[in-house]
Design a protein around this ligand. Structure first.
Ligand code: GLT
Ligand code: MN
Ligand code: MN
Length: 386
């Protein structure tokens, strides 16, 4: 492997404790790797060159840990962060593993479960902020249904909204410098999850009491599961000023939740995603929400983590090449020639003029657009053909 593409802190590559800590358990099989402690995982991440580590409350502190144990874990984890220089840019709540959340957390039909979910989240927010988190992710894995006979979808949205409003007020009341990022997923583990896409989340955010502190955390695999173009979802979030965080991984369309290494499946869409993030100057974490194949031991896990970062860096380099490639750029310029004159701003006069303007529709339609050539040049650049 080339010595280039060594990750550096300024690349802002982060991983969740649950990603490199994934033991390979799946619905059909037992774990294949022993579980490592949070301290071991911090050292593993430091070894491969990551910048930060993120966690769910219970990745760090078991749900039933007594106060003494909690304090000890926290002390050891903070020591590991100090030793390695790793930071915690994001934290989140596990509102999906425990059986109490079998019918959802914030959208559960049981108001006691909803109250418990709020309590658990407030405590997890305190923990995240204590460790330095500036972004707080909400992934509602159990917020959905198998049968719509069981839950009213309108009521569920109202419950979800009330919970987020409560938690925004809580965070503001505590004086925390924290933003919330909502993560959509269409299904799995529920048959259907509410607000299944990033676009749906963006619509929902504008209905909240504090929309300014809430954005999105789009994940490659989740939009791909729904058969959607991830870069388009990210672009919509970016344009709305709502791209607070991003979950990078890969996923074949139409499959189960694969959470593969970044770029492992669809290099071309990974390229356009990296190009987009770099071109617009996205400054947040590049978080990898993925895990190693179940075939791997911890050496393989390190290779997996390195692979995510190396592929990102290689694609970033390719994006810069694309932006300065003479053939590609002259073709882009040619293609964009016709877009130089903007559509005018509305006025009655402009509307009247436009209505009476003569268009040569046949001529406009007859022009070839050279997108085939542009795409092939892109492919050849990705293949390293000059
Ligand atoms: C879980 C899920 C991810 C979420 C994590 C945050 S947990 O692994 O599959 O997509 O980002 O809750
Ligand atoms: Mn996922
Ligand atoms: Mn995710």
């Amino acid at each position: 492997m080339s010595q280039r593409y060594q990750p550096k802190a300024e690349d802002k590559f982060t991983f969740g404790l649950w990603t490199v800590g994934n033991t390979g358990r799946d619905p059909f099989g037992e774990p294949v790797r022993q579980s490592l402690s949070p301290v071991d995982l911090v050292h593993l991440l430091a070894e491969v060159g990551a910048y930060g580590v993120n966690f769910h409350d219970n990745d760090l502190i078991p749900i039933d840990a007594p106060p003494g144990k909690r304090a000890q874990i926290l002390r050891e984890f903070k020591n590991a962060l100090n030793e390695t220089g790793l930071v915690v840019p994001m934290a989140t709540t596990n509102l999906f593993s425990d059986p109490v959340f079998k019918d959802g957390a914030f959208t559960s039909n049981n108001s006691e479960v909803r109250a418990y979910a709020l309590q658990k989240t407030m405590k997890a927010i305190d923990l995240g902020v204590d460790l330095g988190a500036k972004v707080y992710v909400f992934w509602g894995g159990r917020e959905g249904t198998e049968t719509d006979a069981a839950k009213d979808p309108v009521e569920s949205l109202k419950r979800f909204r009330e919970a987020l409003n409560f938690l925004c007020d809580y965070s503001l009341g505590q004086g925390y410098d924290l933003k919330f990022a909502l993560e959509a997923k269409p299904n799995e583990p529920r048959g259907d999850i509410y607000l299944p896409t990033t676009g749906a989340m963006l619509g929902f955010i504008s209905t909240l009491d504090h929309p300014e502190m809430v954005g999105v955390n789009p994940e490659v695999a989740h939009e791909h599961m729904a058969g959607l173009n991830f870069t388009h979802a990210v672009a919509q979030a970016w344009e709305a000023g709502k791209l607070f965080h991003i979950d990078l991984n890969d996923q074949a369309f139409g499959r189960y939740d694969q959470d593969f290494r970044f770029g492992a499946v669809n290099l071309k869409s990974a390229f356009f995603l990296v190009k987009f993030l770099e071109d617009v100057g996205y400054e947040g974490s590049r978080h990898f929400d993925a895990h190693a194949y179940r075939t791997e031991d911890y050496e393989g896990v390190k290779q997996f983590a390195l692979g995510c970062m190396r592929t990102y860096l290689a694609l970033k380099e390719r994006a810069a090449q694309w932006n300065s490639d003479p053939q590609i750029q002259s073709l882009v310029k040619e293609i964009m020639k016709t877009s130089a004159v903007p559509v005018e701003v509305y006025s009655e006069v402009v509307a009247d003029q436009l209505k009476s303007r003569a268009f040569d529709r046949t001529d406009m339609a007859a022009r070839g657009l050279a997108y085939e050539r542009l795409d092939q040049l892109t492919i050849e650049l990705l293949l390293g053909i000059n």
